[in-house]
Design a protein around this ligand. Structure first.
Ligand code: GCV
Length: 674
């Protein structure tokens, strides 16, 4: 009898464990839902109901009162205050339902991260009014640059069948303040605007709405021609303008709070206003006029470059600065953080600060197209903070990118930030468990760009793994150094775009495809020759430095003052150039690559020590990804050093790890990735 009982107990324990599989699906929302908190609200509403339910089931403190207050007290609808005492009674106030929901998630986060110690006196208002994920999801379910499976959106099943993941997605976003989602790829299929697709979009919008999330769509500029056979898509043509107006009316009949359009035009083969001799502003304004009556906006991307044009790093600036002041007030220009394309490290795009009469929104890439896909552990908050803290000097010292985009330097009503999503239908959402931290970090920084990477990593680890400081401290250090580490083993000292052709995983600095666009080849960027390495963007070269304000342009123009981590971005540096630490440039390059390899190995040790603090499932998953990262780091180091050595003709310093690969063998590697 005893034995049977024991067997039953064991069985039920294992069922309990099974039902709690640590597969990462719960993201950072892992609080037990077994509380029975007293929660009341002075108003009813769908979002308030969610806030009440979240608190009732997870809040372990004193009764909570949700108060809807007037706009005069809290003008930003997303802002909230939390006052009172976690042991005697808590008040969350906001001027909108969304604000109350954000307040509820904030309070729960404080509880789960151990930040409650009695009195509460919190006032939060977001840095950016629009905090938007961009999904590069295609209508066939594939995701451009997606490394976590297929699209979350099951278009073929919608509108009838609704996946439970839609709500989970909305909840995760709301919990970190994300309030917008662009559902489809910027390389947009015109089909997204067909009525039957809009009916499907309507269902998603309905699920996301109570979570405070608006839906936006990427649109193809040729839609009027492709969908309805118009003779032209010329934005100044009256029939084209009417077509967009009719389409907007149709969308808003279905989705009254539709957010607006995101547009990639005249870029990488996409159609646009220039096809008809019109400017980006004329194109954007036609769409903006159609959306204006309903409160919609246009996010017009500045990611443009042309093979026959000037230095690629200069082109967006050259095309867009002459248009400053010509955009309607419901247009915001969306600019990637750097002037090339989400490279491991870039200087900020000189458009930030240069467009003084046009609101700009930063576009960050959460998905790791150029950072090891979902195989490498890279915590991107560090990179985004470096970018946001970069000083543009556009209105004197301290005009950081953050301040020129959040409404501080230029009083824009429209403030926004976008992140290219890393989600897919993988059980753990992002492929790598630690890639979830980047989704989390994007939301947290969009809400409050003053947060430090350390604060964000700390929160995320406590929410996702454990609050045990024996885990939090070392793993946080690993996260905080992971971006710099990756830069070291991939592209140190300002190297950029030396990736393998097309899929961007792994090194191919030698890549030469006959007939290929020169600006899609690594040699365009690294310019290695017997004298040295790097792209001369100084006054004696492409003069990209002149797009930056003084004194930054002078700082960048001089190899002795240019930050060493951007040295070969701006300069062609002789192999024997003396670095600040006294080493030659060639030696420093070797040491940086080697340091990257050693650091990933150190990450493996840090992680392995966590074996008893992390559930087996996630532990093993991360452990095996770190093995890949470690091997890839060696691959990067050997490929780049052996290849650049054919130009430098100098020895790899004898105290660093010797190459374990042959250059000719590395050149034979051809990965068949998308
Ligand atoms: C969506 C890079 C990527 C493309 C992407 C493009 C863009 O070129 O490799 O996949 O296309 O950027 O941002 O539009």
């Amino acid at each position: 009898m005893k034995l049977i009982k024991l067997a039953l107990v064991t069985l039920s324990i294992s069922f309990a464990l099974l039902s709690r599989a640590e597969d990462g699906s719960r993201l950072w929302l892992r609080a037990d839902a077994d509380a029975q908190a007293q929660v009341s609200a002075n108003k009813k509403g769908e979002s308030i109901a969610i806030a009440v339910q979240e608190l009732q089931t997870q809040w372990k403190g004193a009764p909570v009162q949700l108060n809807m207050v007037g706009k005069t007290r809290l003008p930003n609808p997303d802002a909230f205050t939390i006052t009172g005492d976690s042991r005697n009674g808590v008040n969350i106030s906001a001027s909108s339902e969304k604000g109350l929901l954000y307040g509820a998630y904030h309070l729960l986060r404080m509880q789960e991260t151990g930040q409650l110690n009695g009195e509460l006196n919190i006032a939060e208002s977001p840095s950016y009014n629009l905090r938007i994920l961009n999904h590069w999801d295609n209508l066939d379910g594939s995701i451009e640059r997606g490394y976590a499976g297929q699209s979350l959106w099951r278009w073929e099943q919608l509108p009838e069948t609704v996946s439970p993941r839609y709500r989970e997605y909305a909840r995760a976003n709301a919990s970190i303040g994300i309030n917008g989602t662009v559902l489809n790829n910027v390389n947009a299929s015109p089909q997204i605007l067909k009525t039957e697709m809009l009916e499907k979009v309507k269902v998603l919008a309905g699920i996301f709405r109570p979570y405070g999330i608006k839906v936006y769509l990427s649109v193809n500029f040729s839609s009027p021609v492709i969908l309805d056979g118009l003779k032209t898509a010329d934005p100044l043509d009256k029939t084209v303008q009417q077509w967009w107006k009719n389409k907007a009316a149709e969308i808003y009949r279905l989705i009254p709070d539709f957010g607006g359009f995101l547009v990639k035009a005249n870029s990488e083969g996409q159609p646009g206003p220039q096809d008809f001799g019109r400017t980006h502003a004329e194109g954007a304004n036609t769409l903006a006029d159609a959306l204006k009556p309903y409160g919609g906006i246009v996010m017009w991307r500045a990611f443009v470059y042309n093979p026959s044009g000037d230095d690629r790093a200069k082109q967006a600036y050259l095309e867009f600065t002459p248009l400053d002041g010509q955009f309607r007030d419901n247009v915001i220009v969306q600019v990637k953080n750097g002037p090339i394309d989400f490279q491991p490290r870039e200087p900020f795009n000189a458009l930030f600060g240069a467009m003084k009469k046009t609101p700009l929104m930063p576009e960050l890439q959460v998905t790791q197209e150029y950072l090891g896909f979902s195989n490498h552990l890279v915590f991107l908050a560090s990179m985004w903070k470096e970018f946001l803290n970069s000083d543009t000097y556009c209105k004197g010292e301290g005009s950081t990118v953050a301040k020129v985009t959040d409404g501080t330097v230029f009083p824009n009503k429209l403030t926004a930030i976008a992140g290219v999503a890393n989600t897919g239908d993988n059980t753990n959402w992002c492929g790598h468990h630690f890639a979830q931290a980047n989704w989390y970090a994007f939301g947290r920084l969009a809400w409050k760009h003053q947060l430090t990477p350390a604060e964000i990593a700390d929160e995320w680890l406590r929410l996702t793994f454990s609050s045990d400081i024996a885990l939090v401290n070392p793993v946080k250090e690993m996260m905080l150094s992971s971006w710099e580490t990756t830069v070291s083993y991939m592209m140190p000292l300002g190297l950029h775009h030396i990736f393998a052709w097309s899929h961007h995983y792994g090194p191919e600095p030698w890549c030469a495809i006959p007939g290929a666009r020169p600006d899609w080849l690594p040699s365009y960027y690294h310019q290695a020759d017997n004298t040295g390495l790097g792209f001369n963007r100084t006054t004696t070269g492409s003069n990209a430095v002149s797009q930056y304000e003084s004194p930054l342009r002078e700082i960048l123009n001089n190899p002795n003052t240019c930050p060493e981590n951007l040295l070969v971005w701006f300069h062609h540096i002789p192999w024997n150039h003396t670095m600040k630490n006294g080493r030659s440039f060639w030696e420093e390059l070797c040491y940086r690559y080697d340091a990257g390899v050693q650091q990933v190995r150190a990450f493996q040790k840090i992680w392995d020590r966590q074996e008893n603090r992390v559930d087996a499932e996630r532990f093993c998953h991360v452990q095996s990804r770190l093995k890949i990262q470690s091997k890839d780091a060696v691959w990067w180091k050997d490929a780049c050093l052996l290849y650049f050595q054919t130009f430098s003709k100098r020895p790899v310093p004898y105290d660093i790890e010797r190459p374990v690969n042959e250059l000719e063998e590395l050149k034979m590697i051809k990965l068949h990735l998308k």
